[in-house]
Design a protein around this ligand. Structure first.
Ligand code: MG
Length: 282
């Protein structure tokens, strides 16, 4: 009996030992270093990513999202004209533009991010071309992703729904009918300036209603009407701005997640030419 107990204890100790060794050696210590990183290939000590609980339904905010509009009030927004309270209407879980009250923007300012926003052009929309359900999502208050009824409504391509206004049309037209809710899922890397000099353009990836319409697209500068886009230096953060273009467009479920670099680095770095210095610059 005593022998069996000793045997069991030995097995238990050995088991814990193996477990500890396994924990200490999630990976390897004898592999080569990755270029431009302080980590070896499969290194055990490389920090584990933070756990985020995804939403039950795609489009709903995951656990680390910062909510900008939850359908209840505009407390996180203000009028761009007055700096005072945003004067758009809130009802039935959405906000609706009250034409000619002006653009609104978030009090909060942020830079590199994953952003989700839903919008809807009411079913009884009238007009044509640019005059049909026009609004816009201005990243950092400056760079417009167009909102328009582009369902069987033609306009210039770089001014249709999901266009980076005046710069790039969407790759495809993924517009839904007026009266239906539409989604923009955005991955935004803000431009960087060193004093007055642009050192990296902004990059945009946009998924419209689940369809990729821009990916890692370099922004040319401020999005403007009938004018060549150029950059004007600004800080690496800015507000999210929504445009009052005179149409009662609706918005709901707006949230973002700040994006940082790998292994807790403060920001994403473009390593392309560090890793591949001999690549031809196209
Ligand atoms: Mg617009």
């Amino acid at each position: 009996m005593r022998l069996i107990a000793v045997g069991a204890a030995t097995i238990a100790i050995l088991g814990i030992g193996f477990l500890l060794v396994a924990l200490a050696q999630l990976g390897y210590k004898d592999t080569p270093f990755l270029p431009n990183q302080k980590w070896r290939v499969h290194e055990s000590q490389r920090p584990q990513p933070v756990t985020v609980t995804p939403a039950q339904t795609f489009g709903e905010p995951p656990s680390d999202a910062i909510i900008l509009f939850d359908g209840k009030d505009l407390s996180r927004w203000r009028s761009v004209w007055t700096g005072g309270p945003a004067r758009w209407k809130v009802e039935n879980g959405y906000m609706e533009i009250v034409p000619r009250t002006g653009d609104i923007q978030t009090i909060e300012e942020f830079g590199d991010c994953q952003l989700h926003i839903e919008w809807c052009i009411p079913e009884d929309v009238k007009g044509s071309g640019q005059g049909r359900g026009n609004s816009g999502v201005f990243l950092m208050g400056r760079y417009e992703i167009q909102i328009l009824d582009s369902y069987e409504n033609k306009t210039y391509a770089d001014g249709m729904a999901a266009a980076i206004y005046g710069q790039y049309p969407p790759l495809v037209n993924a517009s839904r009918k007026p009266g239906e809710w539409q989604t923009y899922d955005i991955i935004w890397i803000a431009p960087r300036f060193d004093g007055d000099k642009l050192v990296r353009p902004g990059y945009l990836t946009l998924i419209h209603n689940g369809v990729v319409v821009h990916y890692h697209t370099p922004i040319m500068g401020l999005t403007r009407h009938r004018t060549f886009p150029t950059y004007r230096p600004h800080s690496p953060v800015g507000p999210l701005r929504l445009q009052d273009h005179g149409f009662p467009v609706r918005f709901r479920n707006i949230w973002y997640r700040p994006l940082k670099g790998y292994d807790g680095e403060p920001e994403w770095r473009d390593l392309t030419f560090l890793l591949f210095p001999d690549l031809p610059r196209q």
